[in-house]
Design a protein around this ligand. Structure first.
Ligand code: FAD
Length: 503
């Protein structure tokens, strides 16, 4: 770990108060830097924030958190900041996965032995495949814990990367170009439809792409973090608790957060970042804020737009050539508790084989609140169901309200197969589409979840935190190690170390 204390105070502007931006901001303020965070939204947290309706609190996007266990990335950052992590409980099972036509779920248990027994029973003959994943996870996790800079862009980055390598890391190297599909073929499991369907469903949640395309080294981590001693957590109160704690640390250490302030331009002089142009969305006042460093907590597509003609051509072209990004359709339901089956796990995944009126919308990831977890009044609960969706369709649709209504009806129809949703139990409903995400999170075209973890875009082949503009940094789910509040926290930590090294 690289910590340079004390060092010259820097003036730092952070664009975006998502978990990535807030984590970087809080850590930099804790080092004594002058930090100003700007966010165009009303509340901090971006895709991991919440909204309130009729007594219900809905998590906008993220509903579960990895990395809160001792030694986990969020835990490590809260310890460094000297602030309590938000209260949370384990998700066990992390997810209950229902394949088409099946009434008994595949339970992804937290206990590694219980999960091993479950998968051996569900997918006979697949254990060598899981053992390969376990070996790759062991070494990849230890490597990530040594905080490598990926991909490296200068000698300092490269040195951090080299220092993180141990003999065990070399075990993973031959798999750098492999996908999960390759590993399934290697073990003669390519024809195991149930296993492949399960992997497609679970991997898409983390990598945006199916098993055939997901980089094996990424999958090894994504599929293992649900088990002890790691695990997924359900936050007490709401997902907002994570950003609230980070904002508390930021402000305690003299940092400033301005909500409803949009950064409209990043200014560059002689290849180095110089200032940002800010608009106060309440008063429409515009000013230029100089900065020693600018940390952009935005998707890489937004970064290019903020740079305009100051974006290096090769960087711009690389962004333009990225595979199409994914969007999300999310349905937020406030229900009576009688709508929830007894013993319902907090997270479920359903795959439907009837195409329904909307063919692409064939799976749902569902998060259910728990009694007393702060999301619903007594006797009530929230049910949040999300599915992946093509972005372009929502922007070219001639009748957007009708499309949204069609998606909503299909999702409710499907949820009715599991939940008791009737006019009496369904109290509140609202839906979000890529247009909604574009409006509330300012993400380009409402794309969510980062770049996708194909071999061509993960780890060493992804976008670096160090941009081609000196002292302009990129944090968030466009960078290593990818999406999720834990992932973007790693990216923030990398940027903080990089700033330490040159300040
Ligand atoms: C439906 C859904 C479900 C998910 N489920 C999970 C889950 O269960 N667990 C998990 O860990 N992750 C989950 N994720 C992913 C996770 O939410 C994100 O990867 C993560 O929160 C992204 O954080 P970020 O800091 O990179 O960016 P963001 O959350 O996008 O934050 C960026 C911030 O920048 C602001 N901004 C953008 N442009 C400007 C500008 N020009 N000026 C000022 N402000 C600007 C935005 O308002 C926003 O607040 C989910 C995502 C979605 C959409």
């Amino acid at each position: 770990m690289v910590i340079v204390h004390p060092r010259k105070q820097q003036s730092i502007v952070v664009i975006g108060a998502g978990i990535g931006g807030l984590t970087a901001a809080a850590l930099l303020a804790h080092r004594g830097d002058r930090v100003l965070v700007l966010d165009q939204a009303i509340v901090p947290g971006g895709c991991a924030s919440t909204f309130q309706r009729r007594g219900f609190t809905f998590d906008v996007g993220a509903t579960q958190v990895a990395g809160l266990e001792p030694g986990g990335i969020h835990h490590q950052i809260f310890t460094e900041l000297g602030i309590e992590p938000p209260a949370a409980t384990h998700c066990d099972p992390a997810c209950a996965v229902y394949l088409p036509g099946e009434t008994v779920p595949i339970n992804v248990w937290r206990d590694p032995a219980k999960w091993q027994a479950e998968r051996q029973q569900q997918f006979p003959g697949s254990e060598p495949f899981w053992q390969l994943l376990a070996t790759l996870f062991l070494h990849s996790w230890a490597f990530q814990a040594r905080e490598p800079v990926l991909p490296p862009r200068n000698l300092w980055d490269f040195w951090q990367l080299v220092q993180a390598v141990r003999p065990g890391t070399l075990v993973t190297v031959p798999y750098t170009f492999s996908t999960v599909g390759d590993a399934l073929r290697r073990y003669g499991l390519a024809g195991d439809r149930r296993l492949r369907t399960f992997l497609d469903l679970q991997l898409k949640l983390y990598s945006q792409v199916d098993a055939e395309e997901t980089a094996l080294l990424y999958a090894a981590t994504a599929l293992a973090v649900s088990q002890a001693p790691h695990g997924l957590f359900h936050l007490q109160g709401s997902m907002q608790a994570l950003s609230t704690q980070l904002v508390t640390a930021l402000e305690r250490d003299g940092g400033q957060l301005l909500m409803r302030h949009r950064v409209e331009q990043i200014q560059v002089e002689a290849g180095r970042v110089k200032a940002v142009v800010i608009r106060d969305l309440k008063t429409d006042a515009v000013w230029t804020e100089p900065a020693d460093h600018v940390v952009a907590n935005v998707p890489v597509q937004n970064l290019v737009r903020l740079l305009g003609d100051r974006a290096p051509q090769s960087y711009k072209r690389r962004v333009e050539k990225l595979p199409p990004a994914s969007g999300a359709f999310v349905l937020y339901l406030g229900v009576d508790e009688t709508a929830i089956p007894v013993g319902c796990p907090p997270h479920l995944q359903f795959l439907y084989d009837d195409a329904g009126p909307i063919a692409e919308n064939n799976s749902l990831f569902v998060s259910v609140s728990r009694p007393g977890d702060g999301r619903a009044p007594a006797g009530r609960a929230t049910v949040i169901a999300s599915s992946f969706t093509d972005l372009a369709m929502w922007w070219r649709s001639a009748d957007y309200p009708a499309l949204k209504q069609q998606y909503t009806e299909q999702a409710i129809d499907r949820l009715q197969q599991f939940f008791h949703l009737t006019p009496d139990t369904l109290i509140y409903q609202e839906a979000a589409t890529p247009r909604t995400f574009a409006h509330y999170t300012a993400r380009e075209r409402g794309a969510v979840g980062g770049l996708g973890q194909r071999v061509s875009t993960f780890g060493p082949f992804g976008f670096a935190n160090r941009t081609p503009i000196d002292r302009l940094w990129l944090v968030g789910d466009s960078t290593h190690p990818g999406e999720g509040t834990a992932g973007v926290s790693y990216s923030a930590l990398t940027v903080v170390h990089q700033i330490d090294a040159i300040s």
